[in-house]
Design a binder for this molecule. Structure first.
Ligand SMILES: Cc1cc2nc3c(=O)[nH]c(=O)nc-3n(C[C@H](O)[C@H](O)[C@H](O)COP(=O)(O)O)c2cc1C
Length: 343
């Protein structure tokens, strides 16, 4: 049997295969930040399509932590019911489902609010992004509590796994980078200090919520003197030490001008996943322009990663896993009702 379509665990959660749908914002909610029928069908159709782990898009822990006014949120109890329904539907088809808990930081484009950030540096200077307010220690404590409260709601909704969003230039990522974090307190300066908030939140979630936890990071911000792969290896090791169950290795997003960005060719982020995997013992998820069954299988064979995320490819084709099953000649994995489409 192929590696890609055989099972593996994240923490104590067994996934039926190693195909992951990474979180992708659909911008289909409204100011209520609640699940809409679109989300329900969108995620459930990937479960019908046999995806091992479906990750629900960035879901904000507070209104000003949304990227846009159309994001999902889990900052109040009335938002739980929609998630519960999605989780139940996904479980009906045997997939596991995670939620990505997020705070957009200075990249929030929400109309009514002022964004928060480690330091008061806007994402760009042409006025598209507002100048953020620097968090004081009291607000940092509040952000930690808001992550915990949202995680409790996620647990109540029945999610199998949590993902903490520390990538792509959103709040936690902004704290990690020496270029966006100019603080002089215990949350800024040294690498250890810049990692503190992400580690404190991860620790809080591991201690208080009985669910496996994935942390998503940007392995490099592609900027001179910026956050890079060596920093990511340090952070991944620290996250492993506090009991985090998996690292999801993405890249970029913290800078408007990403001077050192490589050419965006197939597998362009996978080398970061490999370097991190060489340094930790928990599973690593690779992502970024991975589109074929063969690419995924080779990444697993070569121990670049333990799980393979297919983002836009799963937007194009919700039945991607059945196509892979046909390619691997593992037709028993294809839903009976669809089998005649793959003869
Ligand atoms: C429409 C869209 C929305 C996205 N939203 C999120 C998100 O909510 N959280 C996140 O961490 N990454 C997000 N991403 C990044 C994807 O999770 C993924 O890392 C990226 O698309 C690269 O993988 P791919 O080449 O397989 O698509 C988004 C990407 C797309 C295309």
């Amino acid at each position: 049997m192929s590696l890609l379509l055989s099972s593996n665990n994240i923490g104590n959660c067994e996934l039926k295969n190693k195909v992951v749908m990474p979180p992708m914002c659909m911008y289909k909610s409204d100011n209520s930040a609640k699940i809409k029928p679109f989300h329900s069908f969108h995620y459930t159709s990937r479960a019908i399509g046999n995806v091992g782990l479906i990750m629900v898009e960035a879901t904000a822990i507070e209104p000003r932590g949304r990227i846009s006014n159309n994001d999902l949120g889990l900052w109040e109890d009335s938002q739980i019911a929609g998630h519960k329904q999605v989780v139940e539907q996904v479980h009906e088809f045997g997939s596991k489902i995670a939620i990505q808990l997020a705070h957009a930081g200075r990249k929030s484009l929400v109309k009514q609010t002022t964004p928060l950030a480690p330091s008061s540096i806007p994402f760009d200077t042409n006025g598209s992004f507002k100048t953020p307010q620097s968090l004081d220690l009291e607000k940092i404590a509040l952000v930690k509590q808001l992550f915990l409260d949202s995680a409790k709601r996620a647990k109540e909704a029945g999610y199998d796994i949590l993902e903490l969003h520390a990538a792509h230039g959103y709040l936690l990522c902004e704290f990690l980078s020496p270029l966006t974090n100019e603080r002089e307190d215990i949350y800024g300066g040294s690498l250890e200090n810049r990692c503190r908030l992400t580690l404190e939140i991860a620790k809080l979630l591991k201690e208080q919520i009985d669910l496996p936890l994935i942390v998503r990071i940007s392995a490099s911000e592609w900027k001179e003197n910026g956050w890079d792969i060596e920093d990511s290896i340090y952070l991944s090791k620290e996250l492993e030490n506090i009991g985090v169950d998996s690292i999801h290795v993405s890249a970029g997003g913290n800078q408007k001008e990403q001077d050192l960005m490589p050419e965006l060719t197939a597998l362009y982020q996978c080398d970061y996943a490999k370097k991190i995997k060489e340094n930790i013992n928990i599973p690593v998820i690779a992502v970024g322009l991975i589109t074929t069954a063969k690419q995924g299988e080779t990444l697993l064979e070569e121990k670049v990663c333990d799980f393979v995320a297919y983002g836009r490819e799963l937007l194009r084709d919700s039945n991607l896993v059945f196509k892979f099953a046909k390619e691997f000649n593992e037709k028993e994995l294809i839903d009976n009702s669809y089998l005649r489409a793959y003869l």
